[in-house]
Design a protein around this ligand. Structure first.
Ligand SMILES: [Zn+2]
Length: 125
């Protein structure tokens, strides 16, 4: 079962001011990872089946989806966690910060405030 986890992080602006925040991510155990990989493989192979009926494009799409299926499923299986967002307060403008992050991002990372556009460093305390 995938578990949501909140890590305490420090949010630091360019002048060195700090605030605390949370880094929210999902952690997957081995059964979740297997299920996610199987779902991705099934989706890719279903797409290969659907694109079989598109004239000319099927020469590229069908082998593409057939090959991409196991490759993407393997990368899904190896993914042990998926980062979601950073929440907290911007140290520069003191407004609430809700920043979506890429699935593979993990502290330390750089981002910026949506309100004042200041660069922010997110790192573990
Ligand atoms: Zn700000």
């Amino acid at each position: 079962m995938a578990q949501k986890k909140e890590l305490p992080v420090q949010i630091i602006d360019k002048s060195g001011k700090q605030e605390t925040g949370q880094f929210i991510l999902q952690e997957f155990d081995s059964s979740d990872r297997t299920l996610r990989a199987i779902k991705m493989l099934a989706m890719m192979w279903i797409m290969a089946g659907i694109t079989l009926f598109i004239p000319l494009a099927h020469f590229v799409l069908v082998p593409g989806f057939l090959i991409a299926g196991p490759v993407i499923a393997w990368s899904r299986y190896k993914m042990e966690r998926s980062s979601e967002q950073v929440t907290g307060t911007c140290p520069a403008c003191h407004k609430p910060l809700h920043k979506k992050v890429e699935a593979k991002d993990y502290p330390p990372l750089w981002t910026y405030c949506n309100e004042c556009r200041d660069p922010l460093q997110i790192r573990e305390p």
